[in-house]
Design a binder for this molecule. Structure first.
Ligand SMILES: [Zn+2]
Length: 285
């Protein structure tokens, strides 16, 4: 089929809303619904390959480590810069707690909560208490889920007690760096981004460039996104460059792409703009 672009919209708030909506269900039905809610929430936040996550849900696994098509495998995620140190703090805390507590409790200790249970257990005396006090418990809990999704932590027993895996121990030795996501942006900003991405784009030219991309991809026998991403095509259909120099101003276009596709793409843009009396080189001086 044709290449498709998928968007996943979610926020931590959705989790709370659904949890409340489901609270008056029968206990057993609620338990099952909560398991499902947690799975879909982890799908959004755990930082593991989207394809792998879906396959695992259906009891299969991906036979390669990188699907080369999802946001995670393409490295489009906004990760925190000190992922290694943050992960080490979390994993150390799990060990200090003798691997006897769940994600919520561990996140509370890391953020320095004065919860009665923590004080009663003297866990406010641990060296890892409050190590991530600059973040909310929700964010730290999400990071714990992300580390679980990437197999650095495993949950065991009825109470989902956290255990550090062999891979997790590699992180503690600094041999591996997990991916931890930056806290999600406010939803309002997301819709602004979507709106902006089509601002000033000539849809007809975008479609023409998409067709051209499909032809090039078929000839080279590679997926279309390898040639140019949709964001690059939109930017071309917005700026409508007429010269190699202007083409280089397009998002995602460097010297290599210019050499490979510059001539054919610039030709297509020129033809389209002439046929439709469109101005070229928008915003390029
Ligand atoms: Zn993937």
């Amino acid at each position: 089929g044709l290449e498709a672009e998928c968007c996943l919209f979610y926020s931590g708030g959705d989790y709370g809303i659904w949890k409340r909506l489901m609270s008056d269900m029968e206990p057993e039905a609620n338990r099952i619904a909560m398991v499902k809610l947690n799975r879909i929430y982890n799908y959004c936040t755990s930082g593991i390959c989207r394809h792998k996550a879906i396959l695992r849900y259906f009891g299969q696994d991906l036979d390669k480590s990188n699907c080369a098509a999802c946001d995670i495998c393409l490295g489009e995620l906004d990760c925190i810069e000190d992922g290694l140190i943050t992960a080490q703090k979390i994993l150390s805390c799990i060990l200090r707690l003798d691997q006897r507590f769940g994600g919520g409790y561990t996140a509370s200790v890391l953020t320095g909560s004065e919860d009665k249970r923590i004080l009663a257990n003297n866990h406010d005396k641990l060296s890892t208490y409050g190590l991530l006090g600059d973040y909310s418990k929700r964010i730290v809990h999400d990071w714990i889920e992300q580390l679980t999704g990437q197999d650095y932590i495993e949950k065991t027993g009825e109470y989902n007690v956290l255990n550090v895996t062999e891979r997790g121990r590699c992180v503690l030795k600094g041999k591996e760096t997990p991916r931890l996501l930056k806290p999600a942006q406010k939803p309002a900003k997301v819709s602004k981004v979507v709106e902006d991405s089509w601002q000033g784009v000539d849809r007809g030219l975008f479609e023409a460039l998409r067709k051209l991309r499909a032809i090039i991809a078929r000839k080279k026998n590679v997926p279309a996104y390898v040639i140019f991403g949709d964001a690059a095509l939109r930017d071309m259909a917005r700026r409508r460059p007429s010269t190699p120099r202007a083409f280089l101003e397009v998002k995602g276009v460097g010297e290599k792409k210019l050499q490979q596709y510059g001539e054919v793409v610039l030709g297509a843009i020129k033809d389209y703009c002439q046929a439709n009396s469109l101005q070229t080189d928008i915003g390029i001086w």
